[in-house]
Ligand binder design. Sequence first.
Ligand code: B12
Ligand code: SF4
Ligand code: SF4
Length: 358
Amino acid sequence: MRPPVDFAHPRLRPPIPIARLLQIAHGAGFDAVGIASASRAPHADAFHRWLGDGCHARMDWLARDPERRCSPEAVLPGARTVVALAMNYFHPDPDTSNEQSAGGATRGRIARYARGRDYHNLVAKRLRVVDRALAVAGGRQKCFVDSGPILERDFAVCGGIAWHGKSAMAIHPNLGTWFFLAVVITTLGFEADEPQPMADRCGKCTRCIAACPTGAIVASHRVDARRCISYWTIEHRGPMPEWLRPLLGDRIFGCDACLDACPWNRFACASRESDFSARPASQWPLRDYLGLTPDAFRVTFEGSPIRRAGRGGFLRNVCVALGNVGSSADLPALACAARDDDPLVREHAAWAAVRISP
Ligand code: B12
Ligand code: SF4
Ligand code: SF4
């Protein structure tokens, strides 16, 4: 059991009423707000075991000083509260996977979070609004979205805005899984009812586990990144292992299979942020991406999460998808890519061409 936040403590006298914090956060564009005590993350030990078993694949940065990710006080001395914030990114775009475009070419599938503008800058800007308001009330803050050394999901659950799904996703009863998380670690305390972690609402459901194309959800609440398509298509640099390639299907950046399967997503409503809606470049016919020069790649994906994979990584993914769902009409584009300057692209293009050659 986590020790409750001692709101009666004189040093934790409410700097601003909790209702004011909610108003500021909602005004800044966040859809759910929770507050948790800044004590050690409840699943810190599970995180250490996950790392010990090598489930982080080659994301070595996760294993660097892991205890820091579990302990807000190690990140901000004097921290008392973690404010957990959620921002809905759902836009009900038509799913273009394997639909035929006007030219009869096959399209690929990009994870929903990556179809629009990169969330990091947008959310960071909104976090500054919350930070400034808390600073005026006398607080010192550290704000993070994704890149920070903190187990965001654990603190979102402690703050009562989500529960831990079996897919490892944090799930909000109205937003489903389609939201980004951010946290503000602050030296302030808040006057509020004692925060309660949200109770588990997965029940007997196991749909996400069954839906995962690679068996990456190796146990409830545990994703092994060594099997996860999201890891391989976004984080991994270098060639895609041969066993994985056919399992990717038409996915070219990220994976939403365990999110799409979740029944809680039927309640999802459109985000207030139009920046998260799909850009045209997320819906091109697969073979058109192969024509992107390094400069054209930079311009096309300016401000998009897809930039993270780099041109080589993204075109590698596209080639694998073409090898799975392409047709002989894609062979000329693949033949061109098989002469690319980047050996990573060349090897995957040759693999795909062999797969779909008559
Ligand atoms: C590394 C990382 C990844 C890795 C590893 C994923 C993983 N499951 O660990 C990869 C690249 C595979 C990945 C993929 C995705 N990611 Co990611 N990722 C992260 C990152 C940077 C760190 C996560 C981490 O620490 N993992 C270590 C594991 C052990 O911790 P955890 O995932 O939080 O798992 C918790 C639970 O499993 C729980 N737990 C453990 N054992 C038990 C037992 C019981 C009984 C219970 C109840 C709970 C429980 O405790 C753990 C600690 O909090 C976070 C941002 C952050 N700083 O937190 C984003 C983050 C988790 N990712 C996010 C997203 C959106 C995704 C994808 C959906 C992207 C996509 N569409 O392709 C997929 C989803 C895959 C999945 N099913 O998890 C969002 C999730 C938002 C949400 N609603 O949950 C985050 C929070 C980023 C953000 N700021 O919005 N991701
Ligand atoms: S993101 Fe895809 S590969 Fe990763 S756990 Fe979910 S369904 Fe499996
Ligand atoms: S699909 Fe079912 S088991 Fe998986 S996270 Fe959603 S409700 Fe939980």
